[in-house]
Structures are given as C-alpha cells and as structure tokens.
Design a binder for this molecule. Structure first.
Ligand code: PPS
Length: 285
C-alpha cells in the first residue's frame, strides 16, 4: 500500500492532498482554539458516523445542515490540504476531524482546552473495513487480497501508520479532562447512551425528541441515503465507482474473513503490543 505514499516523519500518507510541507505547517503552526471540538480516529473506525452524530447534536437534531453541506466541509480534516484551508478561515467553534497520530498533531492543541473525542474500534474490523475501502480507492496502492492487506496492516505499512502505535499514542491522553474515549462497539450496542455521553462531554442538552432525531438521522441507513455523507461526492477523483464508505456498519465482521491462523496471529500481536494497557479500554470480543 505504501508504495505510492507520501512519507512524513516515518508515517505514510495518501499520495494526493497531503504534501509533507503542509503536514509540517499543520503540526507547527495550526492554532487550535479552546472552543474547537476535535474528532480523532484511526481510519475506518467510524469517523464519519461520529461527525454526523456531533453535527446533529449541534443542530439539535435538525437534519438541514447534514443534508445540505458535505461532511468534509462540516468537520474538515486538519491534515488534508483542502480541509486545512477551510478550517483556517472558519469563524467560531469549529469541528475538526483528524486521523493524525499524536506525535504529528498540531502542537497548539496540547496547551489548549479544546475538547477531543477519540473513537476506537476493534482493529480486526478496522482491518477488514480498510481492505474493502482501499481496494476501491485511487490514492494508494490497492491490496490484491485480504491476505496481503493483513500483512501490511499488522506491520503498520498502511496509511497513517500502525493501529497499535496510533492507539497507544493517543491513549496517553486518557486521563485528561478534555479527552473522551468512545468505542465504535458501544456506539453500535447502545447508541442512545453514547449520544448522551457525547452531549454531556460537550455540555449540550437535548430534548427527548431532539435526541430521537439525532439517532434517526445518524443511523447507517440514513447516512447511506444522504449524499452529503455517503461518499458519493468522492467517487471519480478519489474512489472507484464501486467504492463504498458505508459498507456494512456492523461489529465482528472480521470473523467472516480471518482464517483461524490469522485470528491467532492477531491475538498474539495484540497481546504483545497492548498488554500493559487496561484491557477494559478494549471491550470487544
Ligand atoms: S474513514 O474513511 O477512515 O473516514 O472511514 P470511517 O468513517 O472511519 O469508517 C468507515 C466505517 O464506519 C462505518 N459507519 C457506520 N457504522 C454504523 N453506523 C453508521 N451510521 C456508520 N457510518 C459509517 C462504515 O460502514 C465503515 O465500516 P464497514 O465495516 O466498512 O462497514
């Protein structure tokens, strides 16, 4: 995958839209303001679902905004050249999305009071989701098989680097007041409680019918039907015609794809890399 990538400080980035001088500018000079809200994920962890949810909380469940403005303009990606330019000129509290590992993140954040939500997902499902996505993306060397992508993923030879390093890096922030960790799995299993948790973290109060509307309009089906959120705008330039951001939207899909040997290899690696972190951070099976 990394054959066609741009490398910055040892991390591979997609070949279009992430020039290294720009990544340096983001790291050194992008000013994060106290009132900004940051949405941080490793790719394929449910980023777009989190954005949609936070935008709907902001609009108190009114779907007008999410149905009229592309998702990438509502919460631009800081590390993407285009996203950064949108953010620089934005007034007021901003929603900022990023897949950056902690060591490359804008330095100003670490001195700010800006709130960050870090969404993680079972890396086995991240791997499967990534395999299907990158196979139909135009920005990277396409994997030829799941077997090949499995090897790339466990070695960290994928865009934005190793899942293990990314997760370990950001987990070091977990005791900070302005840092909320969410899991894709808990969002799936109890979406309502997760949305309430986000509201509490952001200091937002929703009426019951507003909360219902957030849940209805951020569902997998609603997002799949919303052309502002379903990646149809990416087709052509970035994605092949058959590329889908909203593929299945389930937990545990890796069980349909991993061989027994791959599952064992993955378990062993997970143990090696993550054993010293509290295991209740990772509530998946
Ligand atoms: S990206 O390209 O990194 O920004 O992708 P990202 O949004 O992080 O992850 C894509 C996966 O999230 C799933 N998704 C959802 N699941 C449940 N409900 C909703 N509303 C939802 N929206 C997106 C999406 O289907 C991708 O997972 P897979 O397993 O491939 O289906």
């Amino acid at each position: 995958m990394t054959g066609q990538c741009v490398w910055f400080e040892g991390i591979p980035f997609p070949s279009m839209g992430f020039p290294s001088e720009h990544l340096r500018e983001v790291q050194e000079n992008f000013i994060i303001k106290d009132e900004d809200v940051l949405l941080l994920t490793y790719p394929k962890s449910g980023t777009n679902w989190l954005i949609e949810t936070v935008c709907l909380i902001h609009s108190k469940g009114d779907p007008k905004w999410i149905q009229s403005v592309p998702i990438g303009e509502r919460a631009p990606w800081a590390e993407a050249f285009r996203g950064y330019n949108l953010l620089k000129d934005k007034e007021g509290p901003r929603f900022i999305t990023s897949h950056l590992p902690v060591q490359l993140f804008p330095r100003s954040f670490f001195k700010s009071k800006a709130k960050m939500i870090y969404l993680i997902r079972n890396p086995r499902d991240v791997l499967v989701s990534g395999y299907f996505f990158w196979r139909s993306a135009k920005l990277v060397k396409k994997p030829q098989s799941l077997e090949q992508y499995f090897e790339w993923f466990i070695q960290g030879n994928v865009v934005f680097g190793s899942w293990f390093d990314h997760t370990r890096g950001w987990m070091s922030m977990r005791d900070k007041e302005n840092f909320l960790i969410l899991r894709y799995e808990e969002m799936k299993w109890d979406t309502r409680s997760t949305v309430e948790k986000i509201c509490q973290f952001l200091g937002k109060k929703l009426e019951p019918e507003e909360l219902d509307s957030v849940l209805r309009n951020s569902s997998f089906q609603a997002m799949k039907e919303n052309n502002m959120s379903n990646s149809s705008l990416l087709k052509g330039r970035y994605l092949e015609k058959n590329g889908e951001l909203l593929r299945k939207g389930v937990t545990g899909d890796w069980k349909n794809y991993f061989t027994v040997a791959q599952a064992e290899t993955f378990d062993k690696l997970f143990q090696e890399k993550m054993a010293d972190l509290p295991q209740d951070l990772f509530p998946w099976k």
